[in-house]
Design a protein around this ligand. Structure first.
Ligand code: C5P
Length: 233
């Protein structure tokens, strides 16, 4: 994997407004440590990357100190750097891309908010890239019936069998991801794969994990706490 020159962009520059704690979400505590510590530890433990770039809110020193302490306390190969994020997730990913060296051939983009993502999801995505895929995303089956709605009325019900809830880390060949982010895009961009799809390039889906859910609301934090208690009673 390391021969592939894989890098990870860990985006942690969100405000966390929906969590309502008054601090950036990556600083929220879960099981006594911050979401960023959980996410960065997993990135390093996965062993898939030679370079991990953590994107933090501009001017944030708390998260930078946390990154130094996680980096110092983990046995890992490769280096960890930090860069200031932007006002939107795509801007933060672009800041991470600009900070990765040009020798990086493959990139995994991961949300710090998916703090409990298991190591094996990183490995599955990275292995699929090694096998030659240009774009790989993890997904899980959905339990709800999903409908599209417009003006208060249902406009469609896609078959649930064909739907997946998409997670991170999402893996790409670095050149392709750079090209996708350099191409003007319409609408609200909620993941990197959307940009690849709009270039007409196939995106592979591998199995994600229930525990890779995005911690967004106070209820999510309660669920995350109970998952951690089950992992480490
Ligand atoms: O806002 P959303 O839930 O889509 O955020 C997903 C991830 O993107 C989070 O880990 C968040 O920290 C990150 N993000 C970012 N910069 C932004 C907005 C979100 O790094 N401006």
């Amino acid at each position: 994997m390391l021969e592939q020159q894989t890098g990870i962009i860990l985006v942690a520059a969100g405000t966390g407004e929906r969590l309502g704690l008054g601090v950036p979400k990556a600083q929220a505590l879960c099981g006594g440590i911050t979401l960023l510590e959980h996410a960065l530890s997993t990135c390093l433990e996965s062993g898939v990357a030679v370079h991990t770039c953590v994107v933090v809110p501009a001017g944030d020193t708390v998260l930078r100190d946390i990154i130094d302490s996680v980096t110092g306390s983990h046995q890992h190969r490769g280096i960890v750097t930090t860069v200031d994020g932007g006002a939107s997730r795509p801007e933060s990913v672009r800041a991470g891309l600009a900070a990765l060296p040009s020798t990086i051939s493959h990139v995994l983009v991961h949300d710090a908010a998916r703090a409990l993502t298991p190591v094996n999801v990183f490995q599955r995505v990275a292995e699929t890239l090694v096998q030659g895929a240009q774009a790989v995303i993890p997904g899980v089956e959905v339990v709800d019936t999903i409908k599209s709605v417009s003006g208060g009325q249902v406009t469609g019900t896609p078959s649930r069998a064909n739907l997946r809830a998409i997670q991170t880390p999402q893996g790409f060949s670095a050149g392709l991801l750079r090209r996708a982010h350099d191409t003007p895009a319409d609408g609200h961009i909620t993941d990197d794969a959307m940009l690849i799809e709009s270039l007409g390039i196939p995106v592979n889906v591998v199995e994600g994990a229930a525990e890779a859910f995005k911690i967004t609301t106070p209820q999510d934090l309660i669920l995350a706490e109970s998952i951690l208690q089950r992992r480490h009673p």
